[in-house]
Ligand binder design. Sequence first.
Ligand code: AMP
Length: 219
Amino acid sequence: MNLILLGPPGAGKGTQAQRLQQDRGLVQLSTGDMLRDAVSAGTEIGKQADAVMKAGKLVSDEIVVGIVAERITQPDCAKGFILDGFPRNVAQAEALDVILAPKGIALDAVVEMVVDDTQLVDRVTGRYTCAKCGTGYHDRNKKPKQDGVCDVCGSTQFKRRADDRAETFPARLAEYHAQTAPLLPYYRAKGVLKQVDGMAEIDEVARQIDKVLGLSRTA
Ligand code: AMP
């Protein structure tokens, strides 16, 4: 199954993509993670992306489409993938069609996580991840069971994203509405758009996603 998760920053795309990866064996393809890795590694792409990301703007289509085109054709993606953070505009969606069509790969669904914009800044500024395994946490909504210790791998090192700041958030939300929201009619017209309530509890959102995808709960 090949999916896109759509929604503004803080909608919970990464959380649900991780869950689908664990439960269903799909591969999470997060362009944000790939770009952050490039920034940490100091590659040429990372150098170009760094300031743009910190400003909450979108990295060039050329860069992200190139990254996705390379990653999506790797063998592990044959079992199914979840695009998280891509496409971010109609040009990227069209480029994705051009990448997938000749390979005979279809998108099964595009899931919009419908959220209340006014709640997002709190979600974004409170979130952090395990530095070792990447499991996501939140200062208030999803704390580790034992304070300061990752539930999954036991690491005591955590990190926060450089762009998850109250000052940067308005620019990121504005980019979503200007650039990414036009993807909703794009995918609705293709008959693949589904919607879930992204404001519900994490497990409930997961249940709704499984339901719209026609997946049983006992995978
Ligand atoms: P994310 O982790 O998806 O919130 O992405 C973090 C940042 O990476 C975004 O604010 C953009 O600067 C950049 N980025 C991630 N994915 C894309 C994309 N598909 N197109 C352009 N920029 C992207």
